[in-house]
Design a binder for this molecule. Sequence first.
Ligand code: SF4
Length: 246
Amino acid sequence: MTKPKAEGSAADFFPERKTLPAFRNAAADCKACDLWERGTQTVFGEGARRAEVVFVGEQPGNEEDLTGKPFVGPAGRLLGEALAEAGIDRAQTYVTNVVKHFKWEPRGKRRIHKKPNAREITACRPWLEAEIALVKPKVIVCLGATAAQALLGPKFRVSKQRGEFIESTLAPYIVATVHPSSILRAPDDENSSHRKATVHRRSETDCAHSFKDQIIPQKRFNTVRLTCICESLPRPLPEFADAQVV
Ligand code: SF4
């Protein structure tokens, strides 16, 4: 007989005390969807209690699942490098995911990431909303389509709308960009084009920051759209530029 699917909501597991530590502890026991059985542990968000910027990814990966900490795997390290180059102290930000358990499927001895479905995203969303409500960021940066569509609606297209600052009830602004894992997955020749474009962009701008690893790849009519995380903060509202690949 097929096991019945969990139909709960993370809200069913909310603590009485509305503090981040209380929510983190409560989330550790969440069984609102079936993913708790697959992951090693709940991976709740981490970072500054009053962070101005909250980064939201899709779900924890293999290393995050094993350590219980968000964004500590290869993609998280790339994010950290990008923030450092932009002059942003990662410790002053807050990083989390739409879904708090690692969803994976076996491939040989490896655990391969599997995209969470709508049911799992809906069940887990109250944890994310609680984190945002407590941190009160000025801007939420969605990393990847899953996070963007969870917070900006299913019609949102990161490929077309990334970099747009959208007013929201969750925070003054939400902006979406690609997930750092997509940069890691990009073919070498594409990465090479991005780095060439980076040099080109830097030569034509007075931005003091390096764009290395912060560029947002978008192949479109032989151009690559570039932005810099430092420019992603709405002070002033950012300008985006398309640079010719050189
Ligand atoms: S993925 Fe989210 S809703 Fe599902 S069990 Fe884990 S914490 Fe709860």
